[in-house]
Design a binder for this molecule. Sequence first.
Ligand SMILES: Cc1cc2nc3c(=O)[nH]c(=O)nc-3n(C[C@H](O)[C@H](O)[C@H](O)COP(=O)(O)OP(=O)(O)OC[C@H]3O[C@@H](n4cnc5c(N)ncnc54)[C@H](O)[C@@H]3O)c2cc1C
Length: 528
Amino acid sequence: MKAVPAETDYIVVGAGVAGMRAAIELAAAGRVLVLAKNELTESATQYAQGGVAVALSDEDEISLHLQDTLDAGDGLSNPEAARVLVEEGPVRIQELIDWGTEFDRQGTKLTFTREAAHSRSRVLHAHGDSTGREIGRALYAKATTLKHISFWEWEFTADLCVCDGRVAGIRVMNDRGEAREVHGRAVLLATGGLGHVYRETTNPGVATGDGVAMAFRAGAELQDMEFVQFHPTALYVKNAPRFLLSEALRGEGAWLRNAEMQRFMPKYHEMAELAPRDVVARAIAHELEVSRLAEPVVYLDLTHLDPGHVAARFPRIHSTCLQYNIDIGTDLIPVRPAAHYSMGGVRTDLHGRTILPGLYAAGEVACTGVHGANRLASNSLLEGLVYGARAGMTIREETPAAAAKPNHAGTKSCRAAENPATREGRGADEIIRAVRDLAWKNIGIVRSGSGLREAIEQLDKWRQCLPAMTSRRQCEASNIFQTALLIARSALARLESRGAHYRLDYPSHNDARFRKHSIVRGETIRFE
Ligand SMILES: Cc1cc2nc3c(=O)[nH]c(=O)nc-3n(C[C@H](O)[C@H](O)[C@H](O)COP(=O)(O)OP(=O)(O)OC[C@H]3O[C@@H](n4cnc5c(N)ncnc54)[C@H](O)[C@@H]3O)c2cc1C
């Protein structure tokens, strides 16, 4: 079997929208290695349904997209990062179309749908509800025309290698737990999200917070980790994965009903089902709490809409629900909220640079502050395109192929970042299950100081039981554990409610103290 080369020019960890887009940029400057821990097609990008937001329709303006993004961010978005997103978005989308992406059209005109908290119809979609898959397909097709890019599936990145204070490579691990180092001029983390820190999540199994945990161990800064978006409507069928039921369903007119079959959203918010995600998720959490059902759920109801239109507009959702004997045109769909998207992550500037030389990040794993305290729906595929391209360009300029190589002679001065667990411990799956349950209960949609402190104490106790990081699953257990702790610490430090972070003991904003980003490095946490 072919092994990953020991040396290349650029290492891209992650083959979703951000990693692919960056790799295309880097291919002009040298050899690019793109790694994915499962198949190339297993990423959040592949599951993105609703679409990609971009101010391209006749009725839209870039300034309106900017305003909606800032409003969703609830006072915490970095306005410069948001401006870059909306201004560069149209160029990146046009480029995608030039590379063969088939967005849905009516005749020759692109069709835009409306999603919650958007003031205009500005969400492009492909094959109805398979937008991410189509974008991933087109990016991969483009990348394979560039001879310097090589893709490696099923190559798990266990850690970053730090060499003379510079990130100079990665440690990869195969399925048998055999590890080896790969060195390069720069490493881009594009590892996506962290949904699997939580028991209930819409994310694919690859989203175990690896990038965040690796960067933390290497000494990078993390920003806004307390802001995790919970999607209000994931299909709830016992023992089945929590399949996402896109916001676009509510955009097309779906209603939410509680166990008594009452449409409840109008009593929580004037925009009813189209209220911001965190409002809808909390409203559902409340309805579930007061419900008397043994397996509490609420229902998404599209039965008042034309079933033919519903099936045609959402073919993937329609066929997936049919596997569970639910016809979305005629049946009520049982739903619960689930962890969906991380606004926080590895702190970067607007060019993907972290504070560690040689380390860059883009996409969901990164935090430029673009989403602030809450992400506007369908802004993340755009973020992957815009900031993936930016990171690629920056790396190309800062570490051109002709530049002096970092010294890894004999790899003597390289070290894998500090590995917290080197002892025999509990089984990886057991730890993962326990952490995910705890995170859902204490670090989830509704938080409190006592619940967060309890979670941190419990996690500290479990630290002693973490297994050694000698297999991929053990690394994931350690990463999930580390990421849960980072979210809990940041959430405990933010003594207010804002965006997706809601605390029962501090239910309001505190602009004077907390209209700032939380930044964690090692044991310290600060706001700035
Ligand atoms: C169900 C669902 C629906 C969504 N719908 C939308 C939508 O309609 N519009 C929108 O804008 N956003 C949507 N999102 C969010 C959006 O899809 C993601 O934020 C975005 O695709 C993230 O892209 P990414 O490139 O950062 O990461 P991903 O696409 O998640 O890719 C991560 C990559 O990193 C690799 N990786 C991770 N860890 C390691 C490791 N240790 N070693 C090696 N490789 C590793 C994975 O294998 C994968 O290739 C949705 C998300 C989900 C889960």
